[in-house]
Design a binder for this molecule. Structure first.
Ligand code: IPM
Ligand code: MG
Length: 372
């Protein structure tokens, strides 16, 4: 298979983690005889510095012409502390989501057996957690009208949803539930928000087409508690844009590090894969960022093109790295000399040579070659 992949490394640790995902994809390409063409584009603070816009036209075209987009991270501390900045890096990510109409963002939350004790939650609570969060990605308060009064004292953001925006992601979430445990939880704030009541109405109507799915509702404030108190009760969670942003980040506590969570964003014509974490500017160029979310985003990309064996091999390599504690310092207090690229090297080596007998444990923990 030939795939043209637009690569947008973005800001902060984005370039470092994406380099490791590319390593894994290149290894997969060689083994399985696929041609992956990687075409790089600028976005975020990196694009502002060069083109004075967070999303240059040529980046949009690059992504529109590609079979898939691989995204790194976005944001920069310089803008985070400046509420008056007219141009913001995040406009690049939001702009690309809108331009490609990536309305359905899927964020898997899976508790790895080898990491159960890394979570600050109790092992018995989180063991066997396996949730898919369906986050609506191109509507809601992120994209509604924004105002700031002339005197600078009043501001507003509007949360608007249209029926068709709810229907298209809800269908996907129902279908996902059908192929899993058959449970769908709509998270909203229908006791207060009109837009949430529209979500409820629309989702309830669609539920008739999916009699094999058991649908339940939860208010976002309660869901925030239940998600970490008893995550195993969830199968598929469906929610609007901002609630999904917050809940998915909270869910990283279950898994042990936000550096592990990948996501896929889907529209009618385009797809994009990206870690759920941000740019983590403080870690830039220190080699401490966890590349696994980016590497697992590459696995989701392969899944999308029905390359199931290829995706499984990447996941096996990730599992092995976690099992052997070949991880960056966010997960690893014992051997903290294992850098972003060393984790990527191990995963690449394992993809090329998935035989345990080839592992050299002494070298691994010295941060040296992992293969005899
Ligand atoms: C995410 C991020 C983005 C979002 C930011 C960087 C704009 O937090 O993908 O979760 O809020 O969607
Ligand atoms: Mg977020």
């Amino acid at each position: 298979m030939t795939l043209n992949i637009a690569v947008l490394p973005g800001d902060g640790v984005g370039p470092e983690v994406i380099a490791e995902a590319i390593k894994a994809l290149k290894a997969i390409g060689l083994i399985y005889g696929h041609t992956f063409n990687f075409n790089y584009g600028l976005v975020g603070a990196a694009a502002i510095a060069k083109h004075n816009t967070a999303l240059p036209e040529e980046t949009i075209s690059l992504c529109k012409d590609a079979d898939a987009v691989l995204f790194g991270a976005i944001g920069d501390i310089a803008y985070d502390i400046d509420p008056d900045a007219a141009i913001r890096p995040e406009q690049g990510l939001l702009g690309i989501r809108k331009a490609l109409q990536l309305h359905t963002n899927i964020r898997p939350v899976i508790a790895y057996p080898d990491l159960l004790n890394k979570s600050s939650l109790k092992v018995r609570q989180i063991k066997d957690t396996n949730i898919l969060i369906y986050r609506e990605l191109t509507g809601g308060i992120y994209f509604g009208e924004k105002t700031l009064s002339e005197d600078g004292n009043t501001a507003s953001d509007t949360c608007t949803y249209h029926r068709h925006e709810i229907e298209r992601i809800a269908h996907e979430a129902f279908k996902a539930a059908q192929s899993r445990k058959g449970k769908l939880t709509l998270v909203d704030k229908a006791n207060v928000l009109e837009s949430s009541r529209l979500w409820r109405r629309v989702v309830l109507q669609l539920a008739k087409q999916y009699p094999d799915v058991s649908l339940n509702f939860m208010f976002i404030d309660n869901a925030a508690v239940e998600l970490i108190k008893n995550p195993k009760q969830f199968d598929v969670i469906l929610t609007e844009n901002m609630f999904g942003d917050i809940l998915s980040e909270e869910a990283s506590v279950i898994v042990g590090s936000i550096g592990l969570l990948a996501s896929g964003s889907h529209g009618e014509k385009h797809v994009m894969f990206e870690p759920i974490h941000g740019a983590y500017t403080a870690a830039k160029d220190k080699g401490i960022a966890n590349p696994i979310a980016s590497i697992l985003s590459a696995a989701l990309l392969l899944d999308h093109f029905n390359l199931a064996d290829e995706a499984a091999l990447i996941r096996d390599a990730v599992d092995k790295s976690l099992n052997l504690h070949i991880t960056t310092p966010d997960l690893n207090t014992k051997y903290n000399n294992i850098s972003t690229s060393k984790v990527g090297d191990f995963i690449e080596d394992f993809i090329n040579n998935p035989e345990e007998t080839n592992l050299n444990f002494t070298n691994i923990h010295l941060g040296q070659s992992t293969i005899i």
